[in-house]
Design a protein around this ligand. Structure first.
Ligand SMILES: *Cc1c(COP(=O)(O)O)cnc(C)c1O
Length: 371
């Protein structure tokens, strides 16, 4: 039996969760097995092989039965003692800051307006001005569609004695994220974004020095203790009962990703970004005033925040698009009325995106005419 969904295939363009293909969903109905038995350990090995390719790492990939925020918190708790510098350009950069504050860590903020990029010279100036234990940064800021050069930020952090903690939630599996070559100290993602799985798993890789620091970190809690993930990974297990159905789905999805090939997957995402950019400027001519919030050259391959003509309200547009059978995301925070977000990630094809963009454009025309 094919699992049923309440949306047709190729119509669900939220910036997360993303559309999940039926065979991945179907894998979740497999019978349970013991997470302390041979069959699980063999599956764990197979999953590690696939995940290491995605993270471009030889290190173990921690698999947490939590959403991505769980590993964001785990990383902040396990980072070496000392103040943190949080780069904030939207909702997810801010989340790191909130976590730091909630777990009682001292944190300074380098904040830029929504849609703006970070100035690397300013990052360096701040790293010179104070000695930080860690820098938090988001690769693809899903609230604005801005892509940050996390490799450059990690290089700067390392040069000034700080660890890098990188949120790659809407970039990993859509564009290159190289944990080892870029010497990222901690990098994480979640299952429900560019990996195109159901929500509920988070994946992270720690550098050896970060893993060593984690073992010494006081107050790192229990459920998100990265030292435990490291110790259990060596035994091909997880510290606690994992979300087994999601592990089954992961195995199927990693096989699908390997079949497509990582380079082809990256190229498909680059093409979806390019198509959305081209559409936004064509649509500006045909229907007026659309654009992409993020500056050229710093645009996410997975999320486009589309700015709207003043006659079009973002919330009304999301509704009008839904009536045409497509789901897109609203603009974030103060951008809600003047933008919408299209999540072109995971397993979406260019053809599916084309139909979605046509529905958005027709809705813009309709909503403009209504006023
Ligand atoms: C969705 C998202 C998160 C948070 O993920 P959860 O799985 O909801 O905890 C973090 N960072 C980015 C960039 C995201 O897009």
């Amino acid at each position: 039996m094919t699992p049923t969904t309440d949306h047709a295939a190729g119509t669900f363009f939220l910036p997360g969760p993303t559309e999940v293909r039926p065979e991945v969903l179907a894998a979740m109905t497999r019978p349970m097995l013991s997470h302390r038995g041979r069959a699980f350990e063999e599956m764990f090995d197979r999953l590690q092989a696939g995940l290491r390719v995605l993270f471009a790492t030889a290190r173990p990939v921690y698999v947490s039965s939590s959403s991505a925020t769980g590993l964001m918190e785990g990383a902040v708790r396990c980072a070496p003692a000392g103040p943190m510098l949080c780069l904030v350009g939207g909702a997810f950069g801010e989340r790191f800051l909130h976590i730091a504050q909630q777990v009682g860590r001292e944190a300074d903020v380098y904040e830029v307006p929504l849609g703006a990029t970070f100035d690397l010279a300013e990052v360096e100036r701040r790293l010179r001005a104070r000695r930080y234990a860690a820098v938090t940064v988001v690769h693809s800021e899903s609230s604005t569609g801005v892509l940050t050069d996390v490799r450059a930020v990690a290089d700067l952090a390392r040069a000034h004695g700080a660890c890098s903690i990188v949120d790659a939630v809407t970039s990993l599996a859509a564009t290159a994220v190289e944990a080892d070559a870029w010497e990222l100290d901690f990098v994480l993602t979640g299952s429900q974004k560019a990996m195109a799985m159901p929500p509920g798993l988070a994946f992270g890789v720690a550098s050896e020095r970060f893993a060593a620091a984690a073992r010494e970190a006081p107050g790192r809690g229990m459920y998100l203790d990265l030292a435990e993930f490291e110790a259990f990974a060596a035994k091909r297990q997880t510290p606690n009962t994992p979300a087994l159905p999601l592990f089954f789905a992961l195995e199927v999805q990693l096989e699908r990703i390997a079949r497509e090939g990582l380079d082809a997957r990256f190229a498909r995402h680059a093409a979806m970004r390019a198509r959305t950019e081209a559409w936004a400027s064509d649509c500006a001519v045909r229907a007026g005033g659309t654009g992409i919030l993020a500056p050229e050259g710093a645009r996410s391959p997975t999320v486009s925040a589309v700015t709207l003509p003043s006659a079009v309200d973002g919330k009304a547009l999301v509704k009008a698009v839904a009536e045409r059978g497509f789901t897109i995301g609203g603009g974030y925070g103060s951008l809600a009325s003047r933008s919408v977000r299209i999540g072109h990630m995971g397993d979406h094809t260019l053809e599916e995106l084309e139909r979605c963009l046509a529905a958005v454009e027709a809705s813009i025309v309709e909503v403009t005419g209504d006023r």
